[in-house]
Design a protein. Structure first.
Length: 735
């Protein structure tokens, strides 16, 4: 026997008479209610109905129903609805004509955290019950529901606590417009008739962290340009006498001209009503069109390039799906991830929160992709859309050109390369360019264009003069770091935090030490090279010969030395110890490095907290060089504000080697701050501080990464600890 909606939802149907907003299609209320209940929010029907009607219908105004008797006080509720109807978010959403699933998700977001009466909803009810409820709402209006409800069971607006009205309004006004636009653009395609788990994933595409929200904003900027690439005075037409034309445009046309060419060229294209060229129909009927988006990930893709790569991947997926392609997506870092569709909210979550701390292994990625293309080719015509950094396939290391050649025999390859400032023309500047049917360059700084400059922050007071400073014959200056204790690691809510920065724990350093005030410079390193005729692979002349990073640029003597491996540094230390007057030198322990960097502070930087994890953070801008202010190169040491201990360049400029071996957590770390050494000599070592082409979040005091002892990179330098024969007397310095 069918259980009636009134039996399952007596409170909801009884509250229908409290509705203050007319609705053109009242059955939509059942759909909104189903979504809200699936999210675990027991909101009553009348509130869901009124808020949903205001968000989806323009021109309606809340008013007190004529059938309510005078003793029912709804003044506070009516005032609340009138305030909602005037909100900017409501007027924005009304213009979009959002789907029922998206409206339900928005309602769920604004009603989260409100205490409703127990038993007001049964989230386990099946879809059939809500369909029956919709039919009941078509037959029963608010006046009839109030009339048919027994007098003793008639509810009042007090079902929603008066203090909840202010919270709902604040939640509504706090919704991010970019998140709402993304739900509007992607939600209907991804939702359809979603199950509760997918509704929850769609719900969690709101209230996102700032860096994830920036990816959505960038995607939304691309979407109208992608669909706008069809602009022109005519529709589809055959070219060159071909009789058949495909309905699918080539993927290389999905990137609009304004991202690659000057705006004047775009103006003439539009003025001349230029239309896209649609190629001759050549797809066999028994083969499907498969588009595979391959997004480069890993340590080489951080900051703005990573945000832009995710945005391009999302935008390409949405537009290619709309044009009829079967779309798969995978990441290319240390290996090729499992290809998966980008069709549901959970797939978008997977992409937005994907983290990869490996280094790129392009030959392995291409080998794995070649094997997959071989399996796809018999049943599909394959289009590969590469979304990569600017140095993908920059040379033929590992036989990349040969692998791209083999893939080209199975698939059409197109590439979107992301970097800064248009450093090379599209389709040029890399060894494998001729294997791509088309190539485009996208400026990674686009997300920050037209962004207002951050307000100026007053500088820190000058650090106190330390009479205990030491200076050696090479001009290396060392500041005394008094013993003390501090909390090492980052709190769970710090923007940009990784799990390997915890757990946060107390470290007590019983002994003080002298730490170099700047990283070791080219001038100081050159003295060692000239005295010993050292012949390392990098760092002697400021260029990184033999390093994995292909960047090359000249440096001055006061630049930090880079491209030095741990073995190179040990040779430098041995030379200093042999030529010194009793003092010894060494690399700092990781705990010593963070203790010295924080200088009594607990924030992400010694100048303050993180305010823009992936942008031009004003606090970090005062203290260090990073991807938003460095101009794509390192800078001479000592140009930014020092911390209270007189240490420069602790945030950014170059990563700095520490003595510790890498551990993915702090469980079991030495509580006295000694180097953590319990693995083989070839184990990866810790580096600290961030660097000139890394993001603001990578330059935090707690940020840590790892490299192998033999690695040399343009972003990797060091500073030293000096241990004199006699340390100055000093009291503890507790933090």
């Amino acid at each position: 026997m069918m259980i009636s909606p009134r039996h399952l939802f007596p409170l909801h149907l009884n509250t229908l008479g409290l509705c203050h907003v007319p609705a053109a299609a009242p059955q939509r209320t059942a759909s909104w209610l189903r979504t809200v209940h699936a999210l675990g929010i027991p909101a009553p029907l009348f509130l869901v109905h009124d808020l949903g009607a205001l968000l989806t219908t323009s021109g309606v105004r809340p008013a007190r129903p004529a059938h309510l008797p005078e003793e029912v006080d709804s003044a506070a509720y009516l005032s609340f609805l009138q305030a909602v109807s005037r909100s900017a978010v409501r007027h924005l959403v009304c213009r979009w004509k959002i789907s029922d699933a998206v409206a339900g998700v928005i309602l769920g977001r604004v009603l989260t955290g409100i205490d409703f009466p127990a038993g007001a909803a049964d989230a386990s009810s099946g879809a059939a019950v809500y369909h029956e409820l919709a039919r009941c709402l078509e037959r029963t209006g608010p006046a009839a529901a109030w009339r048919d409800c027994p007098a003793g069971e008639r509810p009042s607006p007090s079902l929603v606590p008066a203090e909840a009205f202010a919270r709902i309004r604040a939640s509504l006004n706090g919704l991010d417009p970019d998140e709402l636009r993304f739900l509007h653009c992607f939600g209907p395609r991804m939702s359809g008739s979603p199950d509760p788990m997918e509704l929850a994933s769609l719900f969690h595409l709101t209230g996102l962290p700032p860096h994830v929200r920036l990816t959505l904003r960038r995607t939304l900027d691309l979407l109208p340009r992608l669909s706008g690439s069809r602009r022109g005075g005519t529709g589809l037409r055959p070219e060159g006498g071909y009789e058949g034309v495909t309905r699918r445009a080539h993927p290389d046309h999905l990137l609009p001209a304004e991202l690659v060419w000057p705006s004047r060229v775009l103006f003439y294209r539009v003025a001349n009503h230029e239309v896209l060229y649609y190629g001759r129909e050549s797809v066999p009927e028994n083969k499907r069109m498969l588009a595979v988006i391959v997004t480069q990930s890993g340590l080489e893709m951080r900051g703005d390039p990573w945000i832009t790569a995710l945005a391009v991947s999302l935008a390409l997926s949405g537009e290619l799906s709309r044009r009829g392609y079967d779309v798969q997506h995978c990441f290319a870092g240390g290996a090729l991830s499992e290809p998966r569709p980008l069709a549901r909210p959970s797939d978008v979550h997977r992409l937005l929160y994907y983290r990869d701390d490996t280094r790129l292994n392009a030959p392995a990625v291409l080998e794995q992709l070649l094997a997959r293309c071989g399996r796809w080719a018999p049943r599909h015509r394959i289009e590969l859309a590469w979304v990569t950094g600017e140095f993908w396939a920059a040379d033929d290391t590992g036989g990349l050109a040969g692998l791209h050649d083999k893939i080209s025999r199975l698939a059409v390859q197109r590439i979107w390369r992301i970097g800064y400032g248009g450093s090379f023309p599209p389709g040029q500047g890399f060894a494998s360019a001729h294997f791509f049917a088309s190539a485009h360059f996208i400026d990674a700084s686009l997300p920050w264009r037209d962004r207002p400059a951050p307000p100026p922050i007053p500088p820190l007071p000058a650090p106190p003069v330390d009479s205990g400073r030491l200076r050696n014959e090479l001009g290396m200056e060392f500041a005394w770091i008094a013993p003390g204790e501090f909390m090492m690691g980052s709190p769970p809510d710090e923007p940009g935090r990784f799990d390997w920065e915890g757990p946060r724990h107390r470290v007590c350093l019983a002994d003080g030490f002298y730490l170099q005030t700047t990283p070791v410079t080219i001038r100081q390193w050159t003295s060692f090279v000239q005295a010993t005729e050292f012949r390392g692979d990098g760092g002697n002349d400021g260029k990184c010969r033999g390093a994995a990073d292909p960047r090359e640029f000249s440096q001055e003597p006061d630049h930090p030395v880079t491209c030095v491996s741990r073995q190179d540094i040990l040779a430098f230390i041995d030379w200093l110890n042999e030529t010194g007057a009793g003092e010894t030198y060494r690399l700092p322990a990781e705990a010593e490095w963070e203790y010295a960097c924080r200088a009594g502070t607990a924030a992400a930087y010694y100048t303050g907290p993180v305010t823009m994890p992936l942008g031009l953070d004003p606090n970090l801008d005062r203290a260090g060089w990073f991807d938003r202010n460095a101009g794509d190169r390192p800078h001479p040491v000592g140009q930014k504000e020092p911390n209270a201990r007189g240490l420069y360049d602790m945030h950014g400029n170059v990563w700095e080697w520490c003595e510790d071996q890498w551990h993915p957590h702090y469980d079991g770390a030495p509580p006295d701050g000694a180097p953590w050494l319990d693995r083989g000599i070839t184990a990866p070592r810790v580096i600290r501080g961030g660097a000139w082409f890394f993001t603001a979040e990578d330059c935090r005091a707690a940020s840590r990464a790892r490299y192998d002892p033999a690695d040399r990179f343009h972003c990797l330098g060091f500073r030293l600890v000096r241990v004199p024969a006699r340390e100055p007397a000093s009291g503890p310095d507790s933090e």
